[in-house]
Design a protein around this ligand. Sequence first.
Ligand SMILES: Nc1ncnc2c1ncn2[C@@H]1O[C@H](COP(=O)(O)OP(=O)(O)OP(=O)(O)O)[C@@H](O)[C@H]1O
Ligand SMILES: [Mg+2]
Length: 330
Amino acid sequence: MTALLEVNHLVRHYPVRQPGSLWGKPATLRAVNDVSFHLPPGKTLGLVGESGCGKSTTARLVLGLLPPTSGEVLFEGSPVPARNGAAWRALRRRMQMVYQDPLGALDRRLPVATQVAEPLLVVGQGTAAERKEQARDLMSAVGLPQHLFERYPHELSGGQRQRVVLARALILRPSLLVCDEPISALDVSIQAQVINLLQDMQEQRHVALLFISHDLKVVRQVSDEVAVMYLGRIIEQGPPEELFQRPLHPYTQALVSAIPSPWRGKSERRIMLEGDPPNPVNIPPGCAFHPRCPSAMPVCSQQRPELAAVDSGRLAACHLLTPTSTETAC
Ligand SMILES: Nc1ncnc2c1ncn2[C@@H]1O[C@H](COP(=O)(O)OP(=O)(O)OP(=O)(O)O)[C@@H](O)[C@H]1O
Ligand SMILES: [Mg+2]
């Protein structure tokens, strides 16, 4: 099947000042450091990894909000055009984003119904009455009661606001929804409702999701495929059941060991990673994880392992795992 989204060797560097050096040459921060994946229509790719590993930067590169340093993003086989041009604006209708903070994503001065209808106005679709009706239908579909339609964002709860954001993101019938921590600002009791809603909407509208979250249980629940990032690279990728039940890469093993039971057996202990937290300005040579890896071998500090098929189609970048083929991700 043709991928809806194809990401090939994506790289994004930032020039940053070295600590303590006011006038010195800027250093290079490698936020995204050779990332490749593909996402079929209507499917969900979960993106996980510790804070600062490059998940949000990847999301912004995918949407064309940031230009890549190198590499490419293809949407239905064509490169995502440069930001703010007419071609990019046309494509943005098909690719929408749901952020962590629903209040920040909404305009405090406008009633929510107006904001849900706004994308239709921007693209010049329908009459005012038709736009209003579509917005109201969609707000009902995402579970917002009618008496909230003319309220302002600050008059709504966090969960209600995220429903408004979701309705606005869906009104142009996008093919791709990029969700960057869509539930982390919500009350735990509301999180499950918003996730269920997202899944219902995905099923009804056949929208593909790039789903970023620190909540591994939720990622496991919603994803068709999960990619684990470490210091700007995908170091393991596979179907959620297999990846969470039998993580292959030592970093994924540590990540999964931190998830509370029932998936972890009582005898299995949480793996505490040693060594300094990763610094994307000073990425260790070879495997970037080797200074913290409990099983590192001499080769790990010398040679960068490529993401390769290692186990029944699963992908991992680790010298401990003998590649069964030289095929790389994507
Ligand atoms: N505009 C910028 N200038 C310099 N560095 C940046 C910039 N934006 C992001 N970074 C750096 O790039 C790296 C990746 O950031 P990113 O926001 O993608 O991480 P993340 O995986 O989304 O983290 P979190 O889970 O905390 O949201 C971090 O080290 C961050 O400090
Ligand atoms: Mg982020």
